[in-house]
Design a binder for this molecule. Sequence first.
Ligand code: GRF
Length: 202
Amino acid sequence: ARILVLISGGGSNLQALIDAATAGAPFVISAVVSNRSDAFGLERARRAGIPSAVLDHRDYGERADYDAALATLIESFTPDLVTLAGFMRILTPHFVAGYSGRMLNIHPSLLPKFRGLQTHRRVLEARESEHGASVHFVTAELDGGPVVVQARVAVRPEDDAETLAARVLAREHVIYPLAVRWFAEGRLRLNADGVPWLDGAP
Ligand code: GRF
């Protein structure tokens, strides 16, 4: 399967996907697209010999115009699956509808808890005893699409947002390649009711 990865920043999840593909997972990362030219993930793509492109949202007036250009760019790489990996742009419902069942995101919380930004700080403020990360299919509702797989971590008394983020990120690097592998194997899909289906799940 051909996977396209959208990023805005460091790209450690991109790296986890690159490493999985290198280690023999049944997918190829066909391209990396960033909305920021200074995203370190672009350097990771370069080192791995993966084509990359920058599409700067500041060059577009309307969100819909950006998303139309983004869709054209994505389609030029003919991916089977689009993965959002720290892509910090809200996508229009029209764009998202075009990728129904073909777009995954990873979010650093145990969805449906803590959608949106600054999840680690908010988890600490709420005095949660556990936290984690979720891979979900992308729908028009921000961080609201159906969850495919989650990883849980304990919140420790000495944690600050940084230590907690690091513990969660390490789990993200496990579950994102896992979900992408399931999709590539044809085992994971979104059924007609919008429910994720995993063949061979216990
Ligand atoms: C991750 O925590 C991801 O869950 C969130 O943004 C962060 C991206 O990190 N959506 P990286 O760029 O993959 O290192």
